[in-house]
Design a protein around this ligand. Structure first.
Ligand code: NIG
Ligand code: FE
Length: 409
């Protein structure tokens, strides 16, 4: 048992499922609150200086009048990869675009070569340190994608690393199979044959071994077109996976519309999405997982987050941590950019990095809000309110992190 007392402000969205439209900015705000935790779950929340009834002598944590929120959920990362790609920055500064670098055999394909060359143990140790860093930054659940193998062996290797990390590390991990991240070198110039290989060989093996609960595809100009993406997603649906799609990151080629058509749980990036794509997402109730750090790092426009909320699309914000388009795993920076780049309200942003993010990765029944019965994944912030987190940037504003009722930071 643990009693967190002297909480200056407890702020959380309330409910299971996602929040959309004006509900995205509805946050419960309790002053002078306390949380009682039993067996890793929240058993009671009180406010206005009232303390929950609990046995004498139980462990207590003094929140010192600070802000308390649910643990953050990073709903889009490419956590497991070999090497880095720092040399690409010089290419970009000389004018090369992200897709030009990829078309020349660099970008994702460069990381594929490094990930194939890395041992399972090397990948495990590297990713474990990333998870330590994320937890220290207030992130208690993470989605992570494969997609730097593009062959059977390495896709499975990446996913096995994630499975082991999920067992060994405090942070909860949801694994996504993303074999359709780029056309493997062996299939250069023959995207259709590569898609057949993904659908007929890799995806069935991933599912047989129970290594993923979601499937993602990079639907983009000169990567996978709508028809190829549809094929992968329909195949994943038959295998019972939740569907995700990298849509309209650089060009709007119909990825958002496809997300609506196949009933994807989320469409991610959506930097270039216009009204028709947004209408499809709103109709299907697909979560827009927006990645403002990628807009920042690729020097692209910011997704139309305010318009999406206005249309009733549930919005989540995530890091997109990867070695190319976003070498940062700091979800607190996504919060800053959600405020300054998207112009969202602090309450909308809190919902976007907790409840809606949890829903986008299928964890909303257990995490993403502070409510009786939910897992006690909690952050105490060195801040009086969430507006402060939106405003200050570059420093880690975490005071402490509680994961499943245990003080871990
Ligand atoms: O979300 N666009 C596809 N995937 C990643 C980038 C991966 C990489 O460049 O290594 C993204 O931006
Ligand atoms: Fe991504």
């Amino acid at each position: 048992m643990l009693l967190i007392k002297n909480i200056g402000l407890l702020q959380t969205s309330v409910g299971t499922g996602c929040a959309r439209g004006i509900a995205q900015r509805e946050n419960l705000k309790l002053r002078n609150a306390a949380i009682l935790i039993e067996r890793g779950k929240i058993s009671e929340i009180t406010s206005d200086g009232v303390l929950p009834a609990c046995p004498r002598g139980i462990a207590e944590l003094d929140a010192k009048g600070l802000l308390v929120t649910p643990g953050l959920v990073d709903s889009h990362t490419h956590l497991v990869f070999g090497g880095w790609r720092q040399h690409e920055v010089q290419l970009k500064l000389k004018g090369a675009s992200y897709l030009e670098i990829l078309r020349a055999g660099g970008g994702i394909l460069d990381t594929v070569r490094k990930t194939r060359a890395a041992t399972e143990e090397e990948l495990y140790n590297k990713s474990l340190r990333f998870l330590d860093e994320m937890l220290a930054l207030g992130v208690t659940s993470v989605e992570a994608k494969s997609g730097y193998g593009l062959d059977l062996e390495t896709e499975l290797k990446q996913l096995r690393v994630l499975k082991a990390l999920n067992q060994d590390h405090k942070v909860d991990i949801v694994s996504t199979f993303m074999g359709a991240h780029a056309v493997a070198d062996e299939y250069a110039g023959n995207g259709n044959a590569y898609i057949d290989f993904v659908c007929e060989t890799v995806l069935p093996a991933v599912c047989e071994q129970g290594l993923a609960s979601c499937c993602d595809v990079f639907c983009e100009d000169s990567v996978f077109n709508v028809e190829q993406s549809r094929k992968v997603l329909n195949c994943a649906k038959e295998h019972g996976l939740k569907l995700k799609i990298h849509a309209d990151e650089i060009h709007a080629i119909g990825g958002a519309e496809l997300a609506g058509e196949v009933g994807a749980i989320s469409a991610e990036h959506l930097i270039a999405t216009e009204e028709a794509g947004m209408a499809a997402l709103a109709k299907a109730g697909t979560v827009a997982v927006l990645l403002p750090q990628t807009s920042f790092y690729l020097a692209k426009q910011y997704a139309k987050a305010k318009r999406m909320i206005e249309l009733g699309i549930p919005v989540a914000l995530a890091s997109d941590f990867n070695p190319g388009s976003c070498p940062s795993l700091n979800l607190q920076f996504a919060v800053n950019l959600g405020y300054l780049g998207y112009g969202l309200q602090p309450e909308e942003i809190l919902t976007a990095v907790t409840r809606n993010a949890a829903y986008a990765i299928g964890l909303d029944k257990s995490v993403g809000t502070l409510e009786k019965g939910k897992q006690a994944d909690i952050v105490i912030w060195d801040a009086p309110d969430f507006e402060m987190l939106c405003y200050r940037f570059g420093s880690n504003q975490v005071h402490s992190v509680i994961k499943k009722g245990e003080i871990v930071v």
